[in-house]
Design a protein around this ligand. Structure first.
Ligand code: UFG
Length: 324
């Protein structure tokens, strides 16, 4: 059984990926400082509590663990916070990636999977976004992701590090078996905020922007089920372990929903209206973000299983109600 290091494996996307890795016959070793992750999300996987800002701690795990590849999920993820406090984002997201890469190379491991983001593209010049669309992030969060991708490119050329950088669109939904789900604090993402509002366990939904150039005036996003994202990581890992070369790959569905379409679908599932207020646009929110998924299908053989909006919302709703 091959061991893989999963940095940030106690977080939302990391924990779903740990579950898929185990199902696929890998032995994930989770390294997480639990700053935003949850110990119980790791399930029965091996767990090391540690901080990527500590190069000694991460080096120890990599050198002693007989690790075949590294998956790096650990990251600060709030776009708004990254505008207000960019030094926090540059320090944390770059330092942790550099430390982890250093330990990876020192341990002789040459496979690396990186959690990148659609945020690297900035404002789309055309949709759906293909991976060859210019990288031009418009916030510090997106810039940290783009910078790590540049570092990966250099480390491949100079040290033979083979990597897959996965550019996530809007991760959403919860484990269809009900064991895992989204638990951010604060929660900034649309779907959990819609469900909190409709269940009465949160404030009314703020609809950020009703004057976008879209059919109903609200922003359109490409929501991708977290279990489909997790499955793509297993495929990317196999690609690297079978000798595949470095790749940058979008993970999205090429199908978009507006904020109001998500609200309407949630109302159908919950059987009551979503209390909501119209608010101005958030700074830097593009009107439409849609992924081309052609490369993920071609290179990884990826197939969507759970990413229709109904399944995303039903699994997220089941998780939300469980938490209550
Ligand atoms: N939205 C609301 N109300 C909310 C939350 C969100 O109206 O309470 C709207 C947003 O304005 C946006 C859409 O719902 O139009 C989706 O917003 P999210 O915050 O859920 O997701 P984003 O598209 O802003 O962000 C996602 C990832 C980021 C990543 C970004 C790439 O969460 O990590 O895509 O652009 F950077």
């Amino acid at each position: 059984m091959k061991s893989v290091l999963v940095a940030g494996g106690a977080g939302y996307i990391g924990s779903h990926t740990v579950k898929e890795l185990r199902r696929a016959g890998f032995r994930p070793v989770v390294f997480d400082n639990l700053s935003s992750g949850h110990r119980d999300a790791v399930g029965g996987a091996d767990f090391v509590e540690g901080d990527l800002r500590d190069p000694v701690a991460i080096g120890r795990v990599l050198k002693t663990g007989d690790i075949a590849a590294v998956l790096h999920f650990a990251s600060l993820i709030q776009v708004g916070e990254s505008y207000v406090n960019p030094r926090k984002y540059y320090l944390q997201n770059l330092l942790t990636a550099l430390n982890l890469l250093e330990a990876t190379l020192e341990a002789g491991v040459r496979g690396f999977i990186f959690s990148s983001s659609a945020a690297v593209y900035g404002l789309p010049r055309e949709t759906p976004l293909r991976e060859d669309h210019p990288v031009d992030p418009i916030n510090p969060y997106g810039r940290t992701k783009a910078m790590v991708e540049e570092i990966l490119r250099d480390y491949d050329r100079a040290y033979g590090l083979r990597y897959v950088s996965l550019r996530y669109f809007n991760a959403a939904g919860a484990d269809p078996e009900g064991e895992l789900g989204e638990r951010h604090d604060p929660e900034t993402h649309l779907i959990p905020n819609v469900l909190r509002a409709v269940s009465g366990h949160g404030p009314a939904l703020s609809v950020f922007g009703t004057d976008f150039p879209t059919p109903d005036g609200t922003a359109i996003r490409d929501y991708i089920h977290v279990t489909d994202l997790a499955a793509a990581h297993v495929l990317a890992l196999r690609h690297l372990l079978e000798g595949g070369g470095s790749e940058i790959i979008n993970l999205g569905t090429n199908r978009g929903y507006s904020v109001l379409e998500v609200v309407a679908a949630a109302e159908k599932i919950a059987g009551r209206p979503v209390p909501r207020e119209e608010k101005p646009r958030r700074e830097g929110d593009p009107p439409v973000l849609l992924a081309s998924k052609e490369k993920a299908e071609r290179v990884l053989g990826w197939k969507l299983r759970f990413s229709d909006l109904g399944t995303i919302l039903e699994t997220a709703w089941a998780w939300h109600r469980r938490g209550r």
